[in-house]
Write a protein that binds this ligand. Structure first.
Ligand code: DGJ
Length: 745
């Protein structure tokens, strides 16, 4: 009898499956398949190469797993949502109510499914899938809608769930800290749950980054292997969960979204919460392809002015720190203009009327010029930049206040802190984060930018810094019962402020900075044209940092500056050519006092800046191909290249870090070129003017360059004439060569 019942149930299940409809969402080369039937669970079936449902069914690659598992129906395995009803019930069963297939404007097709809870029908969860027609990108998010008359509490509310048919995944993610950002970490995804998350509240990429790659066939190679990459577009705390089990019925699962830690979210009656978008790509040609898809999509669809050229700038910070004066700024501006620079940016230290900003202990919040430092205000600096044919930019940290400031004296209740105990102070011992959930604070932060741009309309660029995490996660504005909404509401408030700024100032260039690269995330891209990659001034260290960041973030939004020869952070000396060549792999700038260079360095800087202008379109808009990784074992070399979309131009960067006696030549097999085209090779900004490497001037086909590669013997010499290069060369370590390739028609 029992057997017959089991058989009947199985037949019923098959009948259900058969009556469910498949929904296929495709990009040019990938597909995602769901199956849905009204009144039933929504199933995730497939994400991978472009295919029809029948092909995937025929190959046995069709999965059948809850597309959005929730606590209640998925209690014994990872769930994406845990929702506490007003009566305390925390179980839910979500079933399909409606499938909305709609073509949206622009390049995306959207498929949304409305799921309603069987036990509490006033709870609706809308899961959204967006596919791009011009890029292999699929986005996912969810909307929580409380149609009831009482609030509910979201205890876990992930944006996306991605079941993956592989039990042999390799994970790549980024880990680091200030001046040591984005170390590339690669590890096998072993059995159990692997989480990567952030709890820092306001600069949430400071340790871990909300982006990952998964190699699906037990390896994560640059080419020829299937890879899924993902990134969360969210300025707040994030949470990634990778669940890997040997149970046959549960695939490897990825879930990503807002970090629910200490963030139970009270959703008021008749209100909704839209969770941030998770961005995915699927690549068959390795992580190289995954990176290129992310870069192209980001430039085209996510970064503000992502296809516009970025200027070469000098920032005052590493040169003079807080020691700002009209004379020092004017000198730097003039000296940088003489090198061919395009913009001068005054960093921290220019403000504070009552309390001049002489160090990190005072003045944040008081955004008027310090009369003792700039007696005539900021305008003469702008005029000086303009009279030298350059643009002008300025630093602010608008979300912050120092206890020693006029702002704090007026509004001590505008900060994040607990009312009953002493807050923990940030940088300088007196810094606090403003409470962005307070609408008056929102007006203030908007006003910092608005007042500055109203007073000085010729400001072209703003550096928006943030040097404090949310150590005091208590709001004096939110009522007690909504304290755990803080991390989410703070992030939503920041987004609201940024939207308001962009409505009034759509194209003022704003760089995002957070003690270096502590905010590198896709969520900021619609508001900021670029991000400061790191405060690390050691160019070798920056190779590792920039390489890590470039996995997910394109070169035109990563600011990279040439510092002085001696890095105080690592105590290493690095020659000027290598420093320029490293910064030139992203958006080039300088961060030192130009007058501190000797004559040969200055002459080289001038040539390197002129050369960057030539290669800039390819670096800033080209496709990235990684040739030799600095993370792979103990390599003496690192190499990467950019190729223009038309494949008519390319730029190859080669860095030799540490010299060894009798080094072997390295064969660099180039990538991404047109095999049938012939390319003229030129060395970009050779170390000694007029003495390029032997490859310079050679014409070689793309096919040979890719199949046989090139050797640059000059880079392996250990004894080159140190003295003939004047004082430019400090040792034989840290040598580099940059080649440009132009198609010869
Ligand atoms: C931290 C940033 O990362 C630096 O570039 C600089 O702007 C300082 N803040 C200024 O205080």
């Amino acid at each position: 009898m029992k057997k017959i019942i089991t058989l009947l149930l199985a037949l019923a299940a098959i009948a259900n499956v058969a009556s469910a409809k498949d929904y296929v969402l495709s990009t040019p080369n990938t597909s995602l398949i769901l199956s849905a039937e009204t009144g039933k669970t929504l199933y995730f079936r497939y994400y991978g190469s472009k295919a029809s449902a029948s092909e995937i069914r025929a190959t046995g690659r069709m999965l059948r797993y809850d597309a959005y598992p929730v606590f209640g129906t998925a209690c014994d395995r990872p769930y994406a949502a845990l929702i506490k009803q007003h009566d305390g019930d925390n179980a839910a069963k979500l079933v399909v109510e409606k499938i909305i297939e709609e073509k949206r404007s622009g390049n995306t097709i959207q498929l949304s499914v409305l799921l309603r809870d069987v036990a509490h029908p006033t709870l609706v969860v809308k899961v959204n899938y967006f596919a791009y027609e011009d890029c292999d990108i699929i986005k996912m998010n969810t909307e929580y809608i409380n149609e009831g008359k009482k609030p509910i509490v979201l205890q876990k509310y992930m944006s996306a769930v991605l079941p993956i048919q592989s039990d042999n995944c390799v994970l790549l993610h980024l880990d680091g800290s200030t001046k040591n950002e984005y170390n590339e970490v690669v590890e096998p995804l072993t059995s159990g749950v692997r989480t990567i998350s952030s709890q820092s509240g306001s600069r949430t990429a400071i340790f871990h980054n909300a982006a990952f790659m998964l190699g699906l066939d037990g390896r994560l190679d640059e080419r020829n292997c299937p890879v899924i990459a993902g990134a969360l577009s969210w300025m707040g705390n994030f949470h990634f969960e990778f669940y890997n089990t040997l149970q046959a019925r549960v695939p490897t699962l990825f879930m990503g979204g807002i970090n629910p830690a200490a963030s139970d979210y009270t959703l008021a009656a008749k209100s909704s919460l839209t969770t941030p978008e998770m961005i995915f790509t699927y690549a068959t040609d390795g992580k190289g392809e995954a990176t290129r898809t992310f870069h192209r999509w980001a430039r085209k669809h996510q970064i503000l002015d992502g296809e516009k050229q970025r200027e070469i700038l000098l920032n005052s910070w590493e040169g003079v720190h807080f020691d700002i004066s009209e004379t020092s700024m004017v000198d730097m501006t003039r000296d940088f203009a003489a090198l061919g620079g395009e913009m001068f940016v005054v960093d921290d230290g220019w403000f504070g009327e009552k309390y001049p900003r002489d160090n990190a202990k005072t003045s944040l919040g008081d955004w008027n010029h310090a009369p003792g430092k700039l007696p005539r205000g900021v305008q003469p600096l702008i005029d000086m930049a303009h009279s030298n044919g350059m643009k002008f930019g300025i630093w602010i940290e608008p979300e912050m206040v120092n206890v020693k400031s006029e702002l704090y004296e007026k509004h001590p209740d505008w900060v994040l802190r607990h009312p009953d105990f002493e807050p923990s102070y940030g940088r300088g011992g007196g810094q606090l984060l403003l409470d962005l959930t307070n609408p008056k604070v929102q007006d203030h932060v908007f006003g910092v930018v608005d007042n500055l741009l109203t007073k000085y309309p010729e400001i072209y660029y703003i550096k928006w810094d943030n040097n404090m995490t949310m150590n005091n996660a208590s709001s004096l504005y939110l009522p007690k019962e909504l304290q755990s909404n803080l991390t989410v509401d703070f992030t939503l408030a920041l987004e609201k402020i940024l939207k308001r700024i962009r409505e009034k100032y759509p194209h003022v260039v704003i760089q995002l900075c957070a003690s270096g690269g502590g905010r590198l995330n896709y969520g900021y891209m619609p508001y900021f044209q670029e991000m400061w990659t790191s405060d690390q001034t050691d160019a070798y260290h920056r190779v590792l940092i920039q390489w890590g960041a470039l996995n997910f973030f394109p070169a035109n939004m990563l600011a990279a500056h040439v510092g002085s020869a001696f890095s105080k952070y690592t105590q290493r000396h690095i020659p000027i050519k290598y420093r320029f060549d490293v910064a030139s792999m992203c958006r080039l700038g300088m961060e030192m006092v130009p007058a501190s260079m000797n004559d040969s360095e200055r002459a080289y800087a001038k040539r390197a800046i002129a050369a960057y202008k030539e290669i800039r379109p390819v670096v800033q808009q080209g496709d990235l191909y990684r040739l030799v990784s600095p993370y792979e074992g103990l390599r003496d070399f690192t190499s990467l290249m950019y190729v223009s979309e038309s494949k008519e131009q390319a730029v190859v960067f080669v860095y030799r870090h540490i010299v060894k006696h009798d080094m072997s030549n390295i064969i660099l097999r180039l990538q991404g070129l047109n095999p049938d085209a012939k390319y003229m090779i030129r060395e970009v900004a050779p170390e000694v003017e007029g003495k390029p490497v032997k490859l310079d001037g050679k014409v070689v086909s793309g096919r040979v360059l890719m199949q046989e590669g090139v050797v640059i013997p000059e880079l392996v010499k250990t004894y080159s004439q140190n003295r003939s290069h004047g004082e430019m060369r400090l040792s034989n370590d840290y040598r580099s060569v940059v080649l440009s390739l132009t198609e010869v028609k």
